[in-house]
Design a protein around this ligand. Structure first.
Ligand SMILES: *Cc1c(COP(=O)(O)O)cnc(C)c1O
Length: 467
């Protein structure tokens, strides 16, 4: 007992001092700074001290400690937010960043980020200008709205509209439309935070025009319809159309607001995709305000767009909350370029990455899968079976919820019957320099290639997979 304690003491004494360790680690100090290097060295010493006290072997060599500290420092500077390959088959994947931007938008963002800009400066008269002027005029052009504004996301758009137009008043909404998006956006809760009272009308599956009519009283601020973007009520179901609601709202001189969720600026049917309501259509049906996301089907940077009647938009812009929810110059620069692409719908499919991914043919994706299989077989070795299978992609972000798009995937499974390798294998793919994210279905790891643009980049890192 005594002898062991002495030997621990001796060993602890052999651990070099921080000052001493700092002498031979100039390069790291240059890169990470004195403070961070000292902290990392302390961490290593601490850990080795603990090992000695617990009677375990511990390397007290100076260089080994410096090396361990450098590893900690390197690890701590790997960017936490980084590029991945989205091979989930879900094009607008909220967890993977939703829309990816076209090159023109990225250029515009770079340009305003790296230099001064006329963000709120009118170059014609040399006076203060409106930061949203470009986006607003494009939105009006593309939706037919009288006026428009933009905020941080669609949740913010809904909050701002309700808080401006319905504070301390009532808003009737159909029970079938009290949606939850992700786990943090629920219409009833947003209503509460906007300081207005939700009046539920109708039943979950059926709501009639008379249900709305019965709910209207002198406390009613507006009528609202929410596009049930991530589910669909089918069977014995009835909802009140936009036109009917618009007419009812007009009868009582109330604004009619529609939250489109994803929404879009062109009819997706022209690209062979299922129809999603366009902002222009809903406004033409009599909506006074529409709200929709900028980074769902629209394919732009994260934002929420509000378009409609000029007097209402004026009130929305004047709400002090607007300042708190406004977007920055990079979003405005990127969004302007994305909206400009919509002026030429014939070129849109090519120009907008989201739409390009959504419209890739199954045949094209299958050929790509066939090209990649040999490289995967080579990298993975004989223990795996790799094959091309049919797949069903999803739009994602709650858009077009009940429709899938025929696609092709690479399926990887163990060659040994019954063995489930998908957990460890999908973890190995996530550890690659550019993490690869697929999904697992019935013991098969599936990579839907619909969103794979950088095929060479994907293949070249396969050799980093452990054998
Ligand atoms: C997605 C969605 C929202 C929230 O939009 P974000 O841009 O994610 O903030 C709100 N309402 C509906 C109907 C949606 O689909």
């Amino acid at each position: 007992m005594d002898r062991r304690r002495t030997s621990h003491k001796d060993k602890l004494r052999m651990l070099p001092s921080i000052d001493r360790l700092l002498l031979g680690i100039d390069d790291a100090v240059e890169v990470y700074g004195h403070h961070a290097v000292t902290k990392a060295l302390r961490e290593v010493i601490q850990e080795r001290r603990k090992r000695i006290i617990n009677g375990r072997s511990s390397n007290t060599d100076e260089d080994s400690i410096r090396q361990a500290a450098c590893q900690i420092l390197e690890h701590s500077t790997v960017p936490r937010l980084r590029r991945v390959f989205n091979l989930t088959g879900t094009v607008l994947h909220t967890n993977l960043g939703r829309a990816i931007l076209p090159a023109v938008a990225i250029e515009a963002i770079k340009s305003v980020a790296a230099d001064y800009s006329n963000l709120e400066f009118d170059l014609d008269n040399g006076e203060r200008g409106d930061r949203e002027a470009h986006v607003e005029s494009l939105l009006c052009e593309l939706t037919g709205a009288e006026a428009a504004t933009v905020v941080n996301n669609n949740a913010a758009a809904v909050l701002l509209v309700l808080n401006t137009l319905a504070m301390n008043q009532e808003v009737p909404v159909s029970r079938g439309e009290l949606v939850e998006i992700g786990d943090s956006f629920r219409i009833p809760e947003v209503m509460q935070r906007a300081n207005c009272t939700l009046v539920e009308v109708g039943a979950t599956n059926r709501t009639h025009l008379n249900d709305y009519r019965a709910a209207i009283n002198d406390q009613t601020a507006l009528l609202m319809k929410v596009h049930t973007s991530n589910y669909k009520i089918e069977g014995f179901a009835k909802e009140v159309s936009e036109t009917e609601l618009a007419n009812l709202a007009a009868e009582f001189e109330l604004p009619f607001v529609m939250d489109l969720g994803s929404g879009s600026l062109v009819d997706f049917a022209r690209f062979g995709l299922p129809r999603e309501p366009t902002a222009a259509h809903v406004l033409s049906q009599g909506a006074d305000i529409v709200t929709f996301s900028g980074d769902k089907l629209l394919g732009g940077p994260q934002s929420g767009l509000i378009a409609g009647k000029a007097d209402l938009i004026r009130r929305i812009k004047a709400n002090p909350l607007k300042r708190a929810l406004r977007v920055d110059k990079m979003t405005l620069a990127g969004m302007t370029e994305v909206l400009k692409l919509y002026r030429n719908p014939d070129k849109l499919q090519q120009a907008l990455p989201t739409l390009n991914h959504l419209t890739r043919s199954q045949e094209d994706i299958r050929s790509q899968a066939k090209r990649i299989v040999p490289a995967l077989l080579k990298a993975l070795g004989k223990r795996y079976r790799v094959e091309v299978v049919d797949a069903a992609s999803q739009v994602g972000s709650g858009s077009l919820p009940t429709r899938t798009i025929p696609s092709a995937a690479i399926g990887i499974r163990s060659d040994t019957a019954g063995e489930d390798i998908t957990r460890s294998l999908s973890a190995a793919f996530r550890k690659l320099p550019i993490p690869v994210i697929g999904h697992v279905h019935k013991c098969v790891l599936l990579f839907d290639l619909r969103c794979l643009d950088d095929e060479a980049g994907f293949v070249s890192q396969l050799e980093s997979l452990p054998n």
